[in-house]
Design a protein around this ligand. Sequence first.
Ligand SMILES: [Zn+2]
Length: 109
Amino acid sequence: MQKKHPLIKKNDKVVVLSGKEKGKIGTVLKVDSEKGRAIVEKVNMVKRHTRPGGKHAQGGIVEKEGPLQISNLMIMCGKCAEPTRIGKRILEDGSKVRVCKKCGELLDS
Ligand SMILES: [Zn+2]
């Protein structure tokens, strides 16, 4: 089976393109490439009820980031300070890096 390479990775700064969280910007905390979803810090917060016991002795409601479709996210270029399309460049040592299609800035640190 062919392995998918999501263009968005952990620690990327992304903007949400559609849905109720449209326009929000956050840092990617987690990518689930199989489901095509990502968790973005402080975006798409959902309330969850927890049962008493374990970590939450009292039970109650906690707020947690809900998953977003990766296809609804676009990476932010630090140099352009706006969402950009991702280009690819192969370095001299053969490694592939992601670059901003507008300005060529490296998106991988
Ligand atoms: Zn750029």
